[in-house]
Design a protein. Sequence first.
Lengths: 128, 673, 515
Amino acid sequence: MEILQAMMDRTNYIGAAILFVIGLYTVLTHPNLLKKVIGINIMETAVFLLMVSEGYIAGGSSPILGLTKEQATTVHVNPLPTAMILTGIVVAVSITAYSLSLIIKIYEAYGTIELDEIMELRSEQTNG
Amino acid sequence: MKASSEIRSSKGFGDYFSINCVFVFVAATLFLSMFVAMTLPSVESGIVGLMAIVGTKLVNFFISLESLPVLIILVSLIGGPIEAFIGRKSEGLRDFAVVDNNFITFIMILAMYPKVASGSIAYRIEGLFGYGLSFNVDMLSFIMAITAGILWFLVSIYAHDYMEIEAHRNRFYLWKTVTFGGVLGTVMAGDMLTMFLFFELMTFSSYMLVAHNQSNESILAGDSYIYMGVVGGLCILLGIVLVAAYTNTLEFVPLAAELAELGWVKYLITILFATGFGIKAGMLPLHIWLPKAHPVAPTPASALLSGILIKIGAYGILRVATTLFVPALEDISGYADPLWEVSQKLGALIIWMGIITMVVGVFMALQQSNMKKMLAYHSISQMGYIIMGIGVASYLGYRGSMGFSGSIYHMINHAFFKALLFMAVGLVYLRTHELDMYKLGGLWRKMPFTAFVTIIAILGITGMPGFNGFASKSILHHAIIEAYEYGHYSFKYAEILFTIVSAGTVCSFIKLFGYVFLGDCPEKYRDIEGEKPMMDMAMGGLALLIIFIGQSPNYILDRFIIPATRNLTYDPAFIDKYIVDMNFFNNHDVVSMVWVYILGIVIFIIGKKYDLFHLHLPTWLSCENTIYRPLYKGVRGLSESITKEYEEKIIKSDTIIYTVFLTGILVFFMRFI
Amino acid sequence: MDSMQFPLYILLLLVMAAVIVPILMKEFDRKSKVMILGTLAIAWGMSLYILVGVLQSGAYLYDIGNWGAKIGIQFNIDEFSAFMSFFIVSLTILIVIYSIKDIEHEIYRKQIAGYYSLVFLLLMGMLGITFTNDLFNTYVFMEILAITSCAIISIKRKKENYMAAFRYLILNTLGSLSFLFGLALLYMVTGYLNMGEVYNTISDVWQLYPRNILLALGLMLTGLGIKAAIFPLHIWLPDAHSSAPTPSSALLSSLVVKVYIFTLIKVLYRVLGEEVITGLGVSTYLGYLAAIGMIMGSVFAIGQKDIKRMLAYSSVAQIGYIILGVSLTSTQGLSAALFHVTSHGLMKTALFLSAGSIIYYKGKRDIRELNGIGYEMPITMAVFTIAALGMIGIPGTNGFMSKWYLSFAVLEAGQPFYLVVILISSFLNAMYYLPIIINAFFKQGIDNKEKEVSNSSESMFVTEEILDNKQEMNVEGLPKLMLIPMSIIASLSIILGFFPQLVMNIIELAVNTFL
């Protein structure tokens, strides 16, 4: 029971770990480049989830100036992870954008976005 | 060839070169005789006395220079590029500069003598390489340096005419002079790091000489030279690092006391040094580069390679064996001190290495028809003598001075007669373009002077009393006898082998002289041109030296070698008793030489009768084919197949490797929880 | 102007330049070249000023915007970051000078402005990582670096480049994510992102949450391992470095990888501390990986036929040397590692630039086709030879000194086994560098041979002589802007080979900030 309780308290962390593994699994098993990028995105989400949950304090209010008396409580949620995750999201988006544009270029060059087919094409090129 | 000589003479300087050479040669002779006069114990009146006074005055000028060793090296290292630069303008002027450059170096080396005689010249350049370079010229260094100086000077004179048949002359002279710098640096180095630096410089610059003519054969020879050179360098470096890390010094100081505590590491160090320097010295089974490299190099380079470069390997072993692995003079209690242990084991190993080198070298030499190849194998064989001497020196420890002096003496002598032999063969090649001795004959009519100096060199190398080889061979003979008298009885067999090898040498050179200079001259060579005056002059210089040393063998021994011996940890009483004022021309030694000659002639007759000089040995016998080539091919082939097999696979499985690695590292950390 | 602010100014200058340069640059003309080099020169001046300042008046911590260490970003300007940033900027300038001529050959003209913009951002990322004392900030700079370094590969419009860049990007992102994951786990238990603060609290936290810290360490090491190309994770390196345009290869191989190694050193020594990593056995296993990398990198290099790919694998081996030095957890080991960072930076740049010149001039990439190239391009091959001899460890070059220092460090740490590895690795280096040099200078190329055959044998000597003279007198047909940087780098590596103390003195100060 205790274990269950401990798990219930840490749902977010466990969720983050599971998401990370799912993402990694996607990157690992799918030869499709697009799916690899999606996998990477899932992994990113996992890390963001973990980080944001770290900053959360049960019953804490958002750390914003000028809250009314009822809204404000004595404890505030830690704003720093949230701020960092904003940066992280920006980074993630730019990487996704860049990788998508690369995929387009790869498609133009090879005519496919399946990794194993591309590798075959390349080895044919080097051998032939 | 005609075309090229026309080009040269049209550039002027062709004739001036000869004049310059003659002038410088005479000057060098004069300086050398002044030097001899100076070093004689009692200054007689008359011309010798006058020479001594002039010489002393001249030397005093140089003595005031503290940094003389560095200057000497710099003259070569800077001179090389300058020569190449001049050579782009005028070939004649360059050869001029080469000879003069080497002449200046030679004079400067001579000028070091007074200081060396009264101690040693030490000089440090701080800051370089993090530790500073240090130079220390003692008598041993001086002997090597002066031999190198003489040889380089004469070879430069010789090279002018010979190099007409080679291309890329600027490059040749550049690297020849740089190699000189490397050699001088190696012998004058004051600590191991400095020695190693110059040793590597020498390896790489002499590579350029070996691979000079760019034919496939010379590139292959160069390949084995450079790869073995790199391995040798790495071995030495490893040895130095081990010594420095465990004893905290890079100096050449007796370290036996510190090393004794090291256990197996000390044997590793000895083996590393022996391998590293042994490669350069052509010690078996590390010799395979030598018979390939010496024949393909241009003759002046072969003369230098055989004359000096391989000696540097021997010098390295000698330096290391007689300084690092011996106890300090004040530490020891006598002949049986346990501190001699390393030195003794190292010595026993080296003696047998030397003996094997000698035997195999001479045996292979007898099988050769290519003259340069034969001389190269004789170099191996003669290096065997020297290595054996070094072995005795460290085997007998406190009493090893006989082996020590013998090996140094033989280094000097071998440098002179082997260089002379190569030069003579080079001249024959220049005129006939033929290296196979069986296809030549009767050349003494065409080249009487060459034939004459060849005889002198042959008498030297075979050890005829009255020529230089006799003195050093006798000392080495004494040394090996001492080894079994004071040491293990098995060295008795070594002594027998020693005699047989000497006889084999005699036989081999009877063959060489007989086939090349005697007999009928083939039709082809009836109207070849004869001597070249400048080349003859260079060869004549060496021949004079051989005779001079041969006539008064005690001069070099007393003036140079014994002082060198006294600097080291050897029993002074022993030196006084056996080596000082040694009587070379005693009954026993001379008679034993006669037996050697008789045996040599017998071998020649038997060999000729039963056609033993053309044995085709099975290929597996050559350790090149059984060890080195498969090793090299194996490493390369293995790498290529690994690359072919796995490179693509690794790249394909990129994320898998990441996942495995991550999981692995996390699982690994589990054990800490 | 307050010199305290200089580190930030450099970064701002580079960001501004990255934006402004493409706007102002219509044509790749003299003006824009001056602008690019001018910006870099100012950055160089500032980094030199920082270095001198630090050496004279000591290290300092710089809080951006005066926020405290708990929430703000902090730069740690000490001997290490000052020297390494100076080194990075200097080498970048030399590579950029070279690139001005070379890049026109490799990419489309209209992309040149974008290329320099990327180089500025890349430089900013590298300097940021070197300066910063904040873990999350490191992550951000790492991502900037990741995108820009992939972009300077894919800017060359070739099939292989796209694939190489994509693979690099995926692995880079995996690496960054692992790093971020680890960082989040560390933050969870320590509450700090500042390296110094984390280090102060980590020993207390270790008692309470060892799992978090171990997990974090594992993830961070894997992430940095990918980026620093430690042996089994080097997968992306050969493709990326060999297909990139030459200046990019030089930047990536000699600098970018090193910057990640700096982060690794910082994480190991500044965040976790020496006791933790030796206690966990990290250093031991890192040493094993390094040894395997030293051998296997060379083995793969021997099997290559493309010269740039061979150089890339050689980098894998050389990174092994650096990691070996890092793993010894001793002052000597770390100094040797940092010294090798500088020497490998110089040598690899020289090698890549000279290989690039050969490709530029002759269009040949295959090692077997380089016979006789030494006569056509003497200066380039001289540079190549010097650097290659350095890689083998021939005295007189800085490569020898790094091996020398590393050997002593290994012995001092009591692990003579690694000495043998260094020896074998050096010999393997010789096996793939020497044939190139020998063939370049001693074998004749196919073109030359044909020439000679056409001449009659009688006049052989004459023609040889004329040919000789021509070849020697003729300065090779490379632009001076390409030759000068190469020659400077080659002479620098010789100078450092003779006077290693110039760098070693500063590095010894820098190492003291870690241990």
